[in-house]
Ligand binder design. Sequence first.
Ligand code: ADP
Ligand code: MG
Length: 518
Amino acid sequence: MSNPNYGVWRPMAENVEFNALESNSNAIMAVADTVRTTLGPKGLDKLLIDQAMNRHISNDGVTILLSLRAIHPVARMVVEIAERQEQLVGDGTTTAVVMAAEMIKEGKRFVKELGVHPTKVVEGIEGGIREACHLLEREAKKISLHDIALEQVVKTSLSSKLDGRKLSLLVISALRSVGQNALYDDSYDFDKAIMVLRRTTMEDRVVNGIVLERKRMDPEMPLGIKDARVIISRLDLKPVKEAWMKQNSKYEEIMNLENDRISKSKDIVDSLLATGANVILIASDEVDQVIENLLVANKVFAVRISIEEIEYLSRYTRARPIRMIDDLKRSDILGMIDHIYEDEDNGVIYIHNGSREYMATMIVSGATKETSLERWRAAVDGVNAAEAALNKGVVAGGGAAELHVIAKIKKLRMKGLEQVGLDVVASALESIMRQILTNAGYNGLEKVMAVKASPGTFGIDIDTGEPIDMWKAGVLDPLLVKTMALEAAGEIAKSVLRIDRNLAAEDLSQQALSESKR
Ligand code: ADP
Ligand code: MG
């Protein structure tokens, strides 16, 4: 059955039908406006203040979004997408939000003003995004660990951050120090090889090895041990539980338990020492005081660690975590450490393994808590950008790569009104350069027009306002950050454009939903 008017949707009760789109899109614009002015190297910071008058200054999209109070439920989608972008690639969150807002603004225009059915717009957006990602992939260039391009990507990624120059040098030095050792299954995974620590009292620096923000279990333990043999313990180190003692009232029974506790503790420590270990990394919940005393008496270097720390400590030292006393008889459980020692002034423990230097720790300082937090985030972003760049390649930054795929996207032909979705994607692609330049004090639109006809990698020099080749200028972005941001933006835009009503519901918590009869 053909309907000549299929693509054009004329609702009966206009106000009701369109209210949701209008109010949802307004809410999203409001949220997007809070972060769009941070985009790019000249982006401005936001001062966040909570009800207790705590303050935090940030230039980081996700940080700002996550700290917003009282946010419209639909706009919260933006926050969730930004968060996901942060988790997946660790950068490009503001980019995603700016593009999402642009898509929704443009999409809404087609739906409202021209009466195009939302599903048509959405299909067009999907097609446009697919094509844009594809084109960007074709533009991308592979880079390797020693290319100057890697440094440029890191610098670009940190250019808008507090102290970005200095931090990028730190990040690059960490990247180079772990180098190829961060390769797992042919792709770089720096999360496994580089730890980033935030310490207000220490200087910026890259340490070869692991730095734990911990102290020895007891100050009477040795300060450091060279050529150490290490055990990672998940043993139950509380052989007799306190509760048992409390349940017993008879003196005799308590004494029995107490003796039991001492002998069992001694057995455990004897078994540990029998392996030859002199360093014990303890991830057990509780440790009996008797065991601790025996460890001190035997000059063992013991540190408490968390369950999360086991994985990389085990990888770095090659110690196999043990859970049962019987495991101690196995020959493969001991790990080796060249040197472990506590820096008492700074309250950290260093672990070095010269022979297998495949981990580095970046110590990021900061005069105040807030600057150190912001610098820490930036350093993590820089590492993530480098990882994405090494794994998937890089494209011209400053919004240039996005801008120059527009012409090709506009040439696509879709079957009908879906065509308008391509315009929506094109506006979003253009919005990045426009916003970066607007934030730098230019007339963004005018500058974008000026550079549109230039060759594929051209953008605007942020300092002079003149067109330049972004590749030559060394302004480079990881491809992955761009494609993920586009896809994330598309997800929000599609959901929002498809909603025609917001309804008040009874109870939508996960639990209520799963218990319902459907
Ligand atoms: P996001 O949260 O999206 O990562 P940023 O504030 O980090 O936002 O800005 C990233 C954008 O800034 C990228 O598009 C990047 O190419 C651009 N950019 C960085 N340095 C420059 C520069 N010197 N000139 C122009 N654009 C730049
Ligand atoms: Mg960034």
